[in-house]
Design a protein around this ligand. Structure first.
Ligand code: ANZ
Length: 848
C-alpha cells in the first residue's frame, strides 16, 4: 500500500494516541530490570482551560520522558491535579457553584487537552488532591508532625478584613483594602497552626550546596529566603530612663533603666554608631518618645502602618524618619546617641531596632546626610587609599577592613573584631553573638472551605485532641455554604462540627479551618509512587527505587514557596523513615514564559492570549510541540509567533513529502551495500550520524532541544538534495529516513510513529516507535572531520593521533605527547625542535 501524499495530523494523531493507550506504552514498571528514571512536571491547578504555560512545561517534560524511555529506562512520568485551594473557592463564590463540581469539570477538560497533545503520562497513576484518598494522607502527615512537635499552634498575625470578618490571604489585600468588598484590612492576632520549618533552616541551607543541578538563580533565592545572618545583639540603655516600663534586659537589671536591643551583623563598626533607629511599630516607641515630639512621631507611625513593607524598605525608597527625643548609651563607649524611628527598619526582623553606622552602611549614610547626623569612619580598607573623614565621605564603605578609632579594638581586622567584641558583650552582660534567620515558620491554617480539614477536635475536658488514624480521612462535607464572609464555612455545618471527643467520648467540636494548598503539593510526587495504596501515603520500597526525582520541570515563580516546602516535607518524610535521602529532586529545570505575539505577557488585558487547544485543532499537536521546543532552550522566554508556527507546520509537511517521494528507498538493504556508500551518499551518512549525535547531546548535556531540531532540519535538506541512483544511495537514504523519524519521536511523536511505520512496513506492525531503542551513532562517521597524524621521534614513527583536521601545532602536540608510546620515547629528554606538517605529521627532535 502506498503512502498518503498529504500530511493530515488530525487523522494521524488520535490513532497513535489510541495505540499507545492500548499498549500501555507509558506505564511505569513495564520494563523489569531497567534502570528507573523519574521525570516530573509541576502538576496543574485546573482552574480553567489549559494555557500556553502548561503547554510548554508538559511538552518539555514529555520530550525528556520519551527520550529516556527510548534509552531503555523504566520511566515514571505521572500527572495529577492540584485541585484544592483558594482560586477554586473564589470562582465558586463568584458563579454560585460548588468548587468540587467545577473543579471536576475542569479536570475532565484538562485531561482531554493533555491527551490531545500526546503526552506520555502514566494515566493509571493520576491523582487529584481533592480526593479524600489523597488528602487523608495530608491529615496523616499532620498527625505525625504534631506528635513530633513539627506542627504547633501559635498566635499568628493575619490580614483581617473588617467587612467580611475573616482572615484573608496577602494576595487578596490591595492597597490595604479587601480585594472583594473593599473594606479596610487590619492586622489581627489570631491563633493558627504552623509547621516548624525553621527547625530545618540550617539543614535546608546546607542541602542547597548539594543541589548542583538546580539553576543557581533558584538556590540563591532560597539561600536569601532562609537568610542566615551571623551577628550580635547589643543593648543600648536608655538615658535618662523613662518613667514607665521595665528596668531589665534579658532578665538582668541595667543601670539607668530599659534598653534598646539592636541586632547587627557588623558589631566591629559600633564605635562609628551615631544614632539608633527603632521600627515604627517597635513596642518601645510610645514609651521613649518625649512629650513634645509625640504628635509628630504618632503621625509618622500611622503613615508607616499604611505603607507596605516592600515599599518602605526598597533600595530606591527615600529614607525618612523622625527623632523621638530619646537618647541611648553605646555600651562600648558610654556615648549617648539620639533615638530615631525610620521607614527602613522592620519590626519583624532582628530585634526591630538597629544601631546606625552611616560611614559603613549606605542606608544609614543617606539617612544621616538627609537629617544632618554625624558620620564617623571607623573602618579603613585593608589595601588602597584611606577613607576621608566622615564629613566629606561621599558614600558608605561597606566592606570589611581594619578597625580604627575604636579604642582597644583599633588595629584588628573586622572579622577578629566582631569575635572579640561579641565576647566582651557577653562577658559584661550587655549583649551576645546570635544567629538570625529570615525564614519564618509556615502558618498553614486557612479559614476556608476548599482545603484539607485539619484532623483535631476541641474538647471542653481534654483540650485539643488529635483524630485517631483509624478515623481518617476527616472528609470535607459537600453541603457547606460558601460566601467568603464571616466564620469559616465549616463552622456553619453542624453535622461536621459536632462530634465526640476521641479521648473522653463527650461532645466536642471539630477544627473548622483547613490546610493551605501548598500542603497538597509538598509531597504529591511521592504519592505517584503508589497512588492507590490504601494503607500508607506511599510505598517506601518504591521510593527507594525511584526517588529522588531525576528531573523536575516547572515555573521559576515557585522558587521559594513550593520548592522550599517540598524540600522541608521530604526531610520530614526522611525522619519518618519513608524515604532514604533528604533532597526530593536532583535536577530542576525552570522553564521560561511564552509571551504573546507582541512580546508582552499573555493576558486578556492585551488581547494576546493564544491557547493550546485551538492551536492543536488548527495545526495538530506535533506542530505545536515542535514550535515550543524549537523556539528556544527551555529556560528562555519565547514569544508566540504565527509565522514560526506556520513554518514548523511546513517543516513537518516537507518531511512528509520527502518520505512520500523516497518510498523506493524503504526496502531493507544488505549492510554490505550500505558500507559501499561513497561520495554524496557517504556525506549523507555522515550527516545522519552527526545529527544523531547532536540530538542526543541536546538531551544528555544541556537541555537544548532547539539545536537538535535544527540539526534534523539540516538533515532533511541534505536528503532533498540527494537523488538516489544506485543501491548504496538508496541504503544511505533509508538509513537517514529511519533516523529522521526516530529522532523526531520525542518532539513530534505522532508523525514520527507514522513515518517510521511507513518505512519499516509490516516488519514493525506490532511495534511502537515509542518503545524502540534510541539510535546510536557510528563514531567513525561522526569523526569525519578528523585526520590521522603520524608522530615521529627523531624521524622514527612512534605512534599516531586522531585530531580535528583544523588542529594547529599546539593542539596536535598536546595530543601527541599524551600518547603512551610517544610519551615513553620523550621521557627525560629535551625536545629541541618540533616539525609539524598540518593534517599529516609531527616530528619531535630530541637530544641528550
Ligand atoms: C549596624 C551595621 C553597620 C549594619 C554596618 C550593617 C552595616 P542582614 O545581613 O540582612 O541580616 N538591620 C538589623 N535589623 C534590622 C531591621 N529590623 N530592619 C532593617 N534593618 C535591620 O542585615 C543585618 C543588618 O541589617 C544589621 O547590621 C542592621 O544594620 C540591619 F556597617 O547593624 B547593621
Amino acid at each position: 500500500m502506498s503512502m498518503n501524499e498529504r500530511y493530515e495530523p488530525h487523522s494521524i494523531e488520535p490513532r497513535w494516541q489510541g495505540r499507545w493507550d492500548q499498549a500501555g506504552a507509558f506505564r511505569t514498571g513495564r520494563r523489569a530490570g531497567a534502570e528507573p528514571r523519574y521525570v516530573l512536571e509541576m502538576f496543574p491547578y485546573p482552574s480553567g482551560a489549559m494555557h500556553m504555560g502548561h503547554g510548554r512545561v508538559y511538552t518539555i517534560g514529555d520530550a525528556l520522558a520519551r527520550y529516556l524511555r527510548m534509552r531503555g529506562h523504566d520511566v515514571l512520568h505521572p500527572i495529577g491535579f492540584d485541585a484544592l485551594g483558594l482560586p477554586a473557592e473564589n470562582a465558586a463564590i463568584k458563579d454560585g457553584r460548588h468548587p468540587g463540581e467545577r473543579t471536576r469539570e475542569n479536570i475532565v477538560a484538562f485531561r482531554a487537552e493533555m491527551k490531545s497533545l500526546g503526552y506520555s503520562f502514566d494515566w493509571e497513576r493520576e491523582i487529584s488532591t481533592c480526593d479524600p484518598e489523597y488528602y487523608r494522607w495530608n491529615q496523616w502527615f499532620f498527625l505525625r508532625m504534631l506528635e513530633r512537635g513539627i506542627v504547633y499552634r501559635r498566635e499568628g498575625k493575619a490580614n483581617w478584613c473588617t467587612g467580611c470578618n475573616t482572615v484573608i490571604a496577602n494576595e487578596q489585600v490591595v492597597d490595604e483594602r479587601c480585594e472583594r468588598c473593599e473594606s479596610p484590612v487590619v492586622e489581627k492576632v489570631i491563633p493558627e497552626w504552623a509547621f516548624r520549618i525553621t527547625a530545618f533552616a540550617q539543614d535546608l541551607l546546607d542541602g542547597l550546596d548539594r543541589l548542583t543541578e538546580w539553576p543557581e538563580r533558584i538556590t540563591t533565592m532560597q539561600r536569601n529566603w532562609i537568610g542566615k545572618s551571623v551577628g550580635a545583639e547589643v543593648a543600648f540603655a536608655l538615658s535618662p530612663a523613662p518613667l514607665r516600663g521595665a528596668t531589665e534586659v534579658r532578665g538582668q537589671a541595667v543601670p539607668g533603666g530599659p534598653a534598646i536591643d539592636v541586632f547587627t551583623t557588623r558589631v566591629d563598626t559600633i564605635f562609628g554608631c551615631t544614632y539608633v533607629v527603632l521600627a515604627p511599630e517597635h513596642p518601645l516607641v510610645e514609651r521613649v518618645t518625649a512629650p513634645e515630639r509625640r504628635d509628630e512621631v504618632r503621625a509618622f507611625v500611622e503613615r508607616m502602618r499604611k505603607t507596605e513593607a516592600a515599599q518602605r524598605t526598597g533600595e530606591d525608597a527615600p529614607k525618612e524618619g523622625v527623632f523621638t527625643g530619646a537618647r541611648a548609651v553605646n555600651p562600648y563607649t558610654g556615648e549617648e546617641v539620639p533615638v530615631w524611628i525610620a521607614n527602613f527598619v522592620l519590626a519583624e526582623y532582628g530585634t526591630g531596632a538597629v544601631m546606625s553606622v552611616p560611614a559603613h552602611d549606605q542606608r544609614d549614610f543617606e539617612f544621616a546626610r538627609k537629617y544632618g547626623l554625624p558620620v564617623r569612619v571607623v573602618i579603613q580598607p585593608e589595601k588602597g587609599d584611606r577613607l576621608p573623614p566622615g564629613d566629606v565621605l561621599s558614600q558608605a564603605f561597606t566592606q570589611d577592613g581594619v578597625v580604627e578609632a575604636s579604642g582597644r579594638f583599633s588595629g584588628l581586622p573586622s572579622a577578629k573584631a566582631r569575635e572579640v567584641m561579641a565576647e566582651e558583650a557577653s562577658a559584661k552582660g550587655f549583649g551576645k553573638a546570635t544567629v538570625r534567620w529570615h525564614l519564618r515558620d509556615w502558618g498553614f491554617s486557612r479559614q476556608r472551605y476548599w482545603g484539607t480539614p485539619i484532623p483535631v477536635v476541641y474538647c471542653p475536658t481534654d483540650g485539643i485532641v488529635p483524630v485517631p488514624d483509624a478515623q481518617l480521612p476527616v472528609v470535607l462535607p459537600d453541603e457547606a455554604i460558601i460566601t467568603g464572609k464571616g466564620e469559616p464555612p465549616l463552622a456553619k455545618v453542624p453535622a461536621f462540627v459536632n462530634t465526640t471527643c476521641p479521648r473522653c467520648g463527650k461532645p466536642a467540636r471539630r477544627e473548622v479551618e483547613t490546610m493551605d494548598t501548598f500542603v497538597d503539593s509538598s509531597w504529591y510526587y511521592a504519592r505517584y509512587l503508589s497512588p492507590h495504596d490504601a494503607t500508607r501515603p506511599f510505598d517506601p520500597a518504591e521510593a527507594k527505587k525511584r526517588l529522588p526525582i531525576d528531573v523536575y520541570v516547572g515555573g521559576p515563580e515557585h522558587a521559594v514557596m513550593h520548592l522550599l516546602y517540598f524540600r522541608f516535607w521530604h526531610r520530614v518524610m526522611h525522619q519518618l523513615g519513608l524515604v532514604h535521602e533528604d533532597e526530593p529532586c536532583k535536577r530542576l529545570v525552570t522553564q521560561g514564559i511564552v509571551n504573546g505575539p507582541d512580546g508582552r505577557k499573555m493576558s486578556k488585558r492585551w488581547g494576546n492570549v493564544v491557547q493550546p487547544g485551538p492551536m492543536v485543532r488548527k495545526y495538530g499537536a506535533d506542530t505545536l510541540r515542535l514550535f515550543i521546543l524549537f523556539a528556544a532552550p527551555p529556560e528562555k522566554d519565547i514569544d508566540w509567533s504565527d509565522e514560526q508556527v506556520d513554518g514548523l507546520f511546513r517543516f513537518i509537511t516537507r518531511v512528509w513529502r520527502l518520505f512520500h517521494a523516497r518510498q523506493d528507498c524503504f526496502a531493507v538493504a544488505d549492510p554490505k551495500v550500505l558500507a559501499q556508500a561513497s561520495g554524496d551518499s557517504l556525506e549523507l551518512r555522515r550527516k545522519t550520524h552527526r545529527t544523531i549525535q547532536r540530538v542526543t547531546d541536546g538531551f544528555d548535556k544541556e537541555l537544548k532541544f532547539n539545536t537538535g531540531i535544527a540539526a534534523l532540519m539540516e538533515l532533511v535538506n541534505a536528503l532533498y538534495q540527494l537523488e538516489p541512483k544506485g543501491e548504496p544511495d538508496r541504503a544511505a537514504v533509508r538509513e537517514a529516513l529511519v533516523a529522521v523519524s526516530t529522532l523526531l519521536a520525542p518532539f513530534a511523536p505522532h508523525v514520527a510513529e507514522e513515518l517510521w511505520h511507513e518505512v519499516l512496513g509490516p516488519a514493525a506492525r506490532d511495534r511502537l516507535l515509542a518503545d524502540e531503542p534510541w539510535p546510536s551513532f557510528d563514531p567513525a562517521l561522526v569523526a569525519a572531520d578528523t585526520v590521522t597524524i603520524a608522530v615521529q621521534v627523531n624521524g622514527k614513527l612512534r605512534g599516531e593521533v586522531q585530531a580535528p583536521a583544523a588542529a594547529g601545532e599546539a593542539e596536535v602536540r598536546a595530543l601527541a605527547e599524551a600518547e603512551d608510546r610517544v610519551k615513553a620515547h620523550l621521557a627525560g629528554k629535551t625536545v629541541r625542535k618540533v616539525v609539524f606538517v598540518p593534517k599529516r605529521l609531527m616530528n619531535f627532535v630530541i637530544g641528550g
